[in-house]
Ligand binder design. Sequence first.
Ligand code: ZN
Length: 176
Amino acid sequence: MDELFKGVADPVRREILSLLRLQPLNVNQINEHFGDISRQAVSKHLQLLEESGWIKIYQAGRERYGYLNKTAFYSLKEWLDAYLQWGEQSVENDHGVFLEWTAYEKGAPLTHPVMLQAMLSKDKEFDGLFYNAVRTTGIFCKPSCSANPRPDNVTFYLTREEALKNGYRACKRCKP
Ligand SMILES: [Zn+2]
């Protein structure tokens, strides 16, 4: 995986990949495309792409053709899918914590990880859905409060009343 990322960590190499998306090209054709980059530099990029698994080289006599190696793309996709499928899993799985793009549906369970991330990201969508009370200060806040309490010191409550009942005072900044 480190190799794969190293392979695409350069714009020239990503451009080579995008050229090869259309068809295999020999080294000369790739060189022609990069008029302003030395042959040597292009060769080096090709070598790195090959070593990192993004392309394969086909050699016929002195001619070398580069073509895309599907496996690399699928490996990266697999890595990404672990994150991108979170939203779907969350329906059954107590709502996952990948919240940046997953709108929270009212009524879905507010698990600890969900509330923690909502608090860390100061997500206004969660204001009114739960309160974070800080044990060290005795104050409770809305998730979007500008204060940054240490997560270890925070207890979550689903209602204001519950926070008050447990001896917490409302924050003067966010007025929960
Ligand atoms: Zn506050």
